[in-house]
Design a protein. Sequence first.
Lengths: 294, 294
Amino acid sequence: MNYNRIYTGDSNKLLRDVSIFRSASVDLIVTSPPYGKKRKHAYGGVKPDRYVEWFLPISKELFRILKPKGSFILNIKEGATDCERETYVLELVLALKEQGWLWIEEFCWYKKNSFPGKWRHRFRDSWERCYHFARQSEFKMYQDAVKVPIGDWSTDRFRSMSHKDYIRNVSGTNSKMGRNVANWLNRRRVYPHNVLVFEQEHYERIPNIVRFPTACRNHNHSAVFPLELPTWFIKLFTKPSGIVLDPFVGVGTTAIAAALLNRRYLGIEIVSEYAQAARRRVREARALKDCHGV
Amino acid sequence: MNYNRIYTGDSNKLLRDVSIFRSASVDLIVTSPPYGKKRKHAYGGVKPDRYVEWFLPISKELFRILKPKGSFILNIKEGATDCERETYVLELVLALKEQGWLWIEEFCWYKKNSFPGKWRHRFRDSWERCYHFARQSEFKMYQDAVKVPIGDWSTDRFRSMSHKDYIRNVSGTNSKMGRNVANWLNRRRVYPHNVLVFEQEHYERIPNIVRFPTACRNHNHSAVFPLELPTWFIKLFTKPSGIVLDPFVGVGTTAIAAALLNRRYLGIEIVSEYAQAARRRVREARALKDCHGV
DNA sequence: CTGCACTATGAATCGCTAA
DNA sequence: GTTAGCGATTCATAGTGCA
């Protein structure tokens, strides 16, 4: 079985190939499928009212391919039409549960640099959903791998709070916690929470060529989450040499994150231009990693 | 008709009293109903699988009571049971749409100062949902009332007088602005987005007695949002002397926010202890306001 | 190589016009 | 009637170029 490959093709067909995508073979699936758009675009125009029925055959295969203790991270956000939010994402979550997935969590990805604009009835949309699904409740989760320095997350209040105030507040909720307050305060790194804010200064700086390859710009491919997003989930749900699948890999961000973290990757992309770009970006990322030890 | 009152009673019954709650009489409903809990608590233990059917009769009355151009803000967050997120919130949104509500937006309330903690399968829950529903798409929204200071990036950027945006902005407004450029730059405000982060420094400081009355701390009251949360929505969706209803008013935070903003309020609370506390807190808040002009 | 000035643009939304 | 396309609106970043 081959890993570290980007396949060109339609996930809805390719994922059914059991010789390529064996059952229970993948540790983590991270993907950001094309969102539902009322109007068709060059890339991935799935109509909102058909979204769930379009996605379910794919997620059925993903369930098969994922290891029993693996995780599935789905980055998605509904849009607005005629002043109302679309409902297909809510319906998708319910449908995925019907299909057997456990809905473990919904992370909020807070995008500070959201698209500008002003409308009469709405402000700018600055967050997206990152759903965490699993096959069973005993999934693997390496929480220590994503600890953050205290102060990075908005511990402002704790910093300004006196020690006494802090103890009092904590002990008001749970006495066991109260006892451990000193530990928390003295610890250099703490566990994060379920609101994700990716600020470059807080993470390893990745060379520009990998982040925004010139050849991939100005293509109509809109969907790039920052490298930090898959990086975070890969650290949290896999160990080195683990296998990460992205069935809508686009220009390869998930694969790059996996490669840089010494994990193995599998990607599928329907637009051959993007698939090629993804392969080249991964190659460049690996080269940079080997050279400079990124 | 009496305003500025906290009623003790069950919303499911009281709201049907058309002499108290007249049709199309309220500008804004802001509430944080008891969340679904697997085990019943002293206060508001509605079981997750019965949540929607419990809420719909209430929301039906709210629809009646709300003015056609009014808004309904629902603060809620599903819990987790057996490692899985409950689905009743998703189902509630779909059911409210069935009932005639328009789902305009889902704001993310990012609670930065949630306390550290660690569970096996999840991190701390640091955000809640604030759904915005309306009766029709032509609802009232006073966006200018909630503008926020522009990001720090502007300090550097606007130092240059030749910048395109700068010229465009100055010439686009009025000449008086142009004369006092430096002052205007320092005070420039922009529209917010749909992730709400309440940091005290950005808001009027409210005396502690109103914010956290001693008598109400450590009570098992489920839903206490900070004063800033209803304040923000009241500014956004009502004008002075507008009418704000909270059918689960608890210890009165929504009513206090309304009173401090010179709006009228109506509240319902089933636990008479809390209702009394709410009345006292509102009284104290009004007194403080009259004295010090908070 | 750092620092600053300046440019470009991003998973957007709504209303209007034309077909 | 319905749908598709276009313009106007708006702000926080990354990236580039120059001193």
